[in-house]
Ligand binder design. Structure first.
Ligand code: AKG
Ligand code: FE2
Length: 315
């Protein structure tokens, strides 16, 4: 109906002539229009389906509001840095000039830690976490404090296993942690234009292992949006070293910087270091892991020497 009415009003001769011609038109004249209608319906139906699929797809994406990928799993990022304005979070803490962020932002690099080193450090996580593991989807191992997820709780690995722990970890494991920490510290210092010696390793520093098992306690709920400076207090600069590959070892589990209308994701890749200032300029979350197992290590730095800790040491 509607196309016919539109055709009539569009007629150049004016209404009267067009209507007269319509009224006097024969079956033969009308035939092409009737043949057109089912074709139009098919096109309309197809377009509707495509539109529905697009809406569905975009609404699924909108679950995370994903808009842009800061680093794809398949690329080798030689060093990418994006500056963002600092939040005011640092003002409510003691300032350490030359360290407390004045320049804020986030960076990704795949050339600081090799994939081989990532594999070695991942085996530390595997060894440690094989001694315990959360009943829910998220387990942690903190080599500094000794905290290890077991069931619905944590144990102190060093107290719990005593001297036996020396049969599990080696001096080389701790040496590797130190080397990785040093390289990450230098990377952060360079990117933010500060001195590496003004940065102090701070706690917690931990390995994480995430799978798709349903959460059992609040500790398993890793996917909530948060600000590290709020969550961990002492953090000024956060780094994450990924130890497994997105879509090869696990699905879901991308890291998301949350920004109004334009979230940025980092797809984990073994050996990839992602680092950022820890204030609310870098609000973030981790997508739920849908399959497989995701390993990472969190290494963070404080500008406050009082919040500094020593590297984890062989017990
Ligand atoms: O594992 C990640 O990608 C991020 C973890 C995180 O946000 C955190 O440890 O605070
Ligand atoms: Fe975080």
């Amino acid at each position: 109906m509607a196309p016919q009415r539109r055709a009539a009003t569009k007629a150049p001769e004016g209404n009267g002539a067009a209507e007269r011609r319509n009224r006097s038109s024969t079956k033969k004249d009308r035939a092409p229009r009737e043949v057109q209608r089912p074709w139009l319906r098919t096109v309309g139906l197809g377009a509707g389906l495509v539109l529905t699929a697009l809406l569905l797809w975009s609404s699924l994406g909108a679950e995370d509001g994903v808009a842009e990928v800061l680093a794809h799993r398949g690329e080798v990022v030689a060093g990418r840095f994006i500056e963002v304005p600092c939040s005011e979070d640092y003002d409510s803490h003691r300032r350490f000039e030359g360290c407390t962020p004045r320049k804020c932002g986030r960076g990704v690099t795949d050339v600081v830690i090799t994939r081989e080193e990532a594999g070695q450090i991942r085996s530390i996580a595997e060894k440690g976490l094989s001694l315990g593991g959360s009943d829910g989807g998220a387990s942690i191992l903190d080599l500094h404090s000794g905290a290890l997820s077991v069931g619905k709780h944590f144990v102190n690995l060093y107290r719990y296993f005593g001297d036996k722990i020396q049969n599990i970890f080696s001096e080389e494991d701790f040496q590797l942690y130190r080397e990785v920490r040093q390289k990450v510290q230098l990377t952060i210092a360079e990117a933010f234009g500060i001195s590496a010696s003004s940065l102090h390793l701070t706690k917690p520093t931990f390995f994480s292992r995430i799978n798709s098992t349903e959460a059992r306690t609040a500790h398993d709920e890793y996917w909530h949006a948060h600000v590290d400076k709020v969550t961990y207090g002492s953090f000024d600069y956060t780094s994450l070293l990924y130890l497994s590959d997105y879509l090869e070892d696990f699905g879901g589990g991308r890291f998301v910087f949350m920004e109004e209308g334009a979230n940025k994701t980092v797809e984990p890749r073994a050996g990839r270091v992602s680092f950022f200032t820890s204030g609310s300029e870098n609000l973030h979350r981790v997508e739920k892991v849908h399959w497989g197992t995701r390993y990472a290590i969190t290494i963070a730095f404080s500008c406050n020497p009082d919040h500094g800790i020593e590297d984890p040491a062989f017990p």
